[in-house]
Ligand binder design. Structure first.
Ligand SMILES: Nc1ncnc2c1ncn2[C@@H]1O[C@H](COP(=O)(O)OP(=O)(O)OP(=O)(O)O)[C@@H](O)[C@H]1O
Ligand SMILES: [Mg+2]
Length: 563
């Protein structure tokens, strides 16, 4: 029988490296994260052959003493985690003490470091995780890590390293994401001696994004900022006519950490979906901040994924924050038809990493939804008693009849309010309602906006209030159920929104045609015409899309492919 042996440390590290260091870009990411954790104000990355031959990361951070430097190469040695509790609230990018030993285990490495307080630095060097050299050297304050011949001793992994161009592109994506997360830090990146990314220390996100994506683009991005339930979503988002052929420029940062979270990307795309042609993606730089304990960063070996304690809340906040900004944009911009050629030329020169397949896309991409009046074309009919199908020259639309009608009513009510008030319907028999104290308090707080919308109440104080009138639009609703629904809706999670908007969207939602309702041809025509005339036809008042669209270009392309 085989005898069990304990593996030597360098072999353990080599095995661990398999998880932590997938490719050169993973090493770049870990080294730059270490620099950021060391409070560097400037990080320089020099690559050779996209990082496959050499990665050198130099920072001006707090550096390490000779003793710490030796420790840093040991597995599970970290300065970032002290007690058990710290694991529940991680504020640094690193926390496991894995990265450096893992990277050094599969490369030839040299690390030079000098803490600011000391006059001299220490340099250690070695290969395959074994230190063969240790010197005292003159050095600038900070740390420089040089990783040569990554995977030289793991041939299986080496085989997976792609062309220098592909590895460089991956590293640049990672670095761009880190640069978006840390605008105040200066980044300089070169490959084979040529500068490939330069981002001076920036005052804010827009300035940083300008250095990364071009200042023309940055100037067009819309700002968003929304805080609810201790979660803040803020950042910049492209207007819908500025889009790309890949989702690389959807950048989400959670508590300073760049993350790749499918749920979050879905949320971003969902907010844009109704306005973007298929296969086109927005540019978005989002910072999400929340209490550290509400996000678990210890769920994936490369730390690119996180787990939220309340994922739905976070996703909905992202959709709401983006939806709000995009809607606002649409109502401010006056009617402009399809983006002109000049707009296209703004999008074109800044498409930095277009690959050969999508290099042509911007030229042929259909225009995104034009601002102002939507051209939904001709109504063709209804499917599943829920979607009205319409087609223009360029697109086929599946309009969600409920969401669309909600939008129409919402805007109609809004103008009625602006003009002085909405139509109210007195109840023939005023309805006394027994309610829980919390519900009474809530209705009392909401009384003014509700009354402006056509409700009339009496007798606040006890458990019973009397409902005397309802908005004319809702006269068909059973009063008790209506009020219960209102209490439900008003106590829901959209606390940050203006009271009147919420009351408005509540009434609009109740009054709108429901799904699974057969509509006549005339009703469909009217709905589509009224929707096109709204200020924000693509969203219902809750921020959800009112329609899904298919581009005829895609249809033609697909059909051609088949034949
Ligand atoms: N550039 C640097 N400047 C200063 N200290 C550094 C630097 N790089 C690494 N260190 C020190 O070395 C330790 C080990 O680094 P390593 O990346 O292996 O682990 P970590 O960052 O603590 O956790 P993780 O494995 O999650 O990255 C760090 O905790 C830090 O104290
Ligand atoms: Mg680290």
């Amino acid at each position: 029988m085989a005898k069990i042996r304990r593996l030597p440390e360098h072999l353990v590290n080599k095995i661990a490296a398999g998880e932590v260091v997938e490719r050169p870009a993973s090493a770049v990411k870990e080294l730059v994260e270490n620099a950021l954790d060391a409070d560097a104000t400037a990080v320089t990355v020099d690559l050779r052959d996209g990082g496959a031959a050499l990665i050198r990361v130099t920072d001006d951070g707090h550096g390490m003493t000779a003793e710490d430097l030796m420790l840093a190469l040991e597995r599970h040695a970290t300065s970032k985690l002290g007690a058990d509790e710290d694991l529940d609230a991680i504020a640094t990018l690193g926390f496991r003490g894995e990265a450096l030993p893992a990277i050094c285990a599969v490369s030839r490495f040299t690390i030079t470091s000098r803490p600011r307080e000391l006059d001299e630095g220490t340099r250690i060097g070695g290969d395959g995780g074994v230190v063969t050299q240790r010197l005292t050297v003159p050095a600038d304050p900070g740390t420089a890590v040089e990783i040569a011949d990554l995977f030289y001793n793991t041939p299986a992994r080496l085989k997976f390293v792609k062309s220098a161009a592909t590895e460089l592109a991956t590293s640049l994506r990672t670095l761009t994401h880190l640069a978006v997360a840390h605008p105040a830090v200066r980044f300089r990146v070169s490959n084979n001696g040529r500068p490939v990314l330069t981002a001076p220390a920036a005052r804010d996100l827009r300035e940083r994004v300008g250095a990364l994506w071009h200042h023309d683009v940055a100037a067009r991005l819309l700002a968003l900022d929304r805080t609810e339930h201790g979660v803040r979503v803020h950042g910049l988002a492209a207007p819908p006519d500025l889009h790309r052929g890949s989702r690389d420029d959807v950048m989400v940062v959670v508590n300073g950490r760049p993350v790749r979270d499918p749920g979050l990307s879905q949320a971003v795309l969902a907010a844009y979906r109704p306005m973007l042609p298929r296969d086109r993606f927005p540019l978005v730089a989002l910072w999400i901040s929340m209490p550290l304990v509400d996000v678990d960063v210890n769920v994936h070996p490369t730390k690119a994924w996180v787990r939220f304690r309340h994922p739905r809340l976070v996703h909905e906040m992202v959709i709401a924050a983006l939806g709000e900004t995009l809607r606002r944009q649409r109502t401010v911009v006056p009617t402009v038809t399809a983006p002109s050629r000049e707009d296209a030329s703004v999008a074109w020169p800044v498409e930095p990493r277009a690959t050969s397949e999508d290099a042509q896309a911007p030229l042929f991409a259909e225009t995104a939804a034009a601002y102002g009046r939507a051209d939904l074309g001709r109504v063709l009919g209804q499917v599943q008693d829920t979607f009205v199908v319409a087609a223009s020259e360029d697109e086929v639309f599946f309009v969600d009849q409920h969401a669309a009608h909600e939008r129409v009513i919402y805007e109609r009510l809004q103008s009625a309010l602006d003009a002085g008030g909405t139509v109210s319907q007195e109840l023939l028999f005023p309805e006394p309602l027994e309610l829980a104290p919390a519900a009474v308090a809530l209705l009392e707080r909401w009384r003014a906006p509700l009354e402006r919308l056509g409700f009339a109440f009496e007798g606040f104080g006890g458990h019973t209030i009397v409902l005397r009138a309802v908005p004319a639009l809702l006269k068909g609703d059973e009063p008790r159920r209506l009020i219960e629904a209102a209490v439900d809706e008003l106590s829901g999670p959209r606390g940050g929104e203006p009271v009147v908007d919420r009351a408005l969207s509540f009434v609009a939602c109740r009054a709108a045609i429901k799904a699974n309702t057969i509509l006549s041809g005339e009703e469909m025509e009217r709905l589509v015409a009224e929707l096109s005339a709204t200020a924000a036809p693509y969203f219902c008042p809750h921020g959800r899309p009112t329609m899904s669209r298919i581009s005829m270009n895609d249809v033609r392309r697909e059909v051609k492919r088949v034949w």
